[in-house]
Design a protein around this ligand. Structure first.
Ligand SMILES: O=C1O[C@H](COP(=O)(O)O)[C@@H](O)[C@H](O)[C@H]1O
Length: 266
């Protein structure tokens, strides 16, 4: 892990989502100022959706040149296209359909009725190829030769069981050291079949943000920040090569030891 993760605590989930949306706008503007293009990895779940809803409402969103933002996903529920439970469907409804994005730069993970049909392993391999194709136009440099584009920011919701993306405790995906994307079968949270970025892919991101709001996340946050192993506590293994930032609300931070946290809002 590079450095100690930052921890910021907001008063409640709404403020957390609003502040994280503002932070994302600034991060994308800065990335585009530096290299003309930005790559973001979206998360599903309650906190990710709340952030996207706030971003869609923010007048500052127009500061971003959305036509030059590549949108990727950290994980997907392997369901037919348009299924309301797909992270892609939710992201499009909350945010993406409201932005002037370049459709060629929006990279959803394949659906179960996509080109590979109901074969999540083939779908995962297809997404890995899409990432590798995007990486080819860049120099490998800081990504250590991992075949993904240089993600400026990758966001992950944290499940009450400490899962991030679709990396669930002790399932085979948490042991992956080579592939950037894998299929997940038997996930404890429905639907059981999913596609996910792996730790090697996640850890190439410049910035990794972990989002958690609500008291049902408090134990997961405490355990992950206590230096736990990433196979048992996947949230402990999600970190960026430049920065790792935990964005919490007070309820999710309730079990953190004093001194670990910084109160970000009254
Ligand atoms: O199923 C999923 O859950 C996690 C966390 O969701 P939450 O609703 O508990 O915040 C999410 O990050 C992931 O993308 C999603 O597929």
């Amino acid at each position: 892990m590079t450095g100690t993760p930052g921890v910021l605590i907001h008063a409640d989930g709404t403020l957390l989502a609003r502040a994280a949306a503002a932070r994302l706008i600034t991060r994308l503007v800065d990335a585009q100022a530096a290299r003309g293009i930005a790559h973001v990895v979206l998360t599903g779940g309650r906190n990710g959706n709340a952030l996207m809803r706030e971003l869609a409402e923010s007048p500052a969103r127009d500061a971003v040149d959305w036509a030059h933002v590549h949108v990727w996903w950290g994980d997907e529920r392997f369901l037919p296209a348009g299924d309301p439970e797909r992270n892609e469907t939710q992201a499009r409804a909350e945010l993406l359909d409201k932005l002037p994005l370049n459709p060629a730069y929006v990279h959803p993970m394949p659906a179960s009725d996509g080109p590979d049909g109901n074969d999540p392993e083939a779908a995962a391999a297809r997404y890995a190829e899409e990432l590798a194709a995007a990486a080819k136009v860049e120099t490998a440099g800081e990504r250590g030769g991992v075949d993904v584009p240089s993600f400026d920011v990758a966001m992950f919701g944290v499940g009450p069981d400490t899962h991030v993306a679709s990396l669930f405790p002790e399932l085979p995906a948490v042991h992956e050291t080579e592939r950037t994307v894998v299929a997940v079968r038997g996930a404890p949270k429905p639907p059981p079949t999913r596609i996910t970025l792996t730790f090697p892919a996640i850890r190439t991101a410049k910035d990794v943000w972990l989002l958690a709001a609500g008291e049902d996340k408090a134990a997961a946050v405490r355990i992950a920040l206590a230096g736990s192993g990433d196979k048992q506590v996947p949230a402990a293994g999600a970190y960026g090569r430049r920065n790792t930032l935990w964005l919490l609300d007070r309820s999710a931070a309730a079990e953190l030891p004093p001194g670990l946290n910084r109160i970000a809002s009254p």
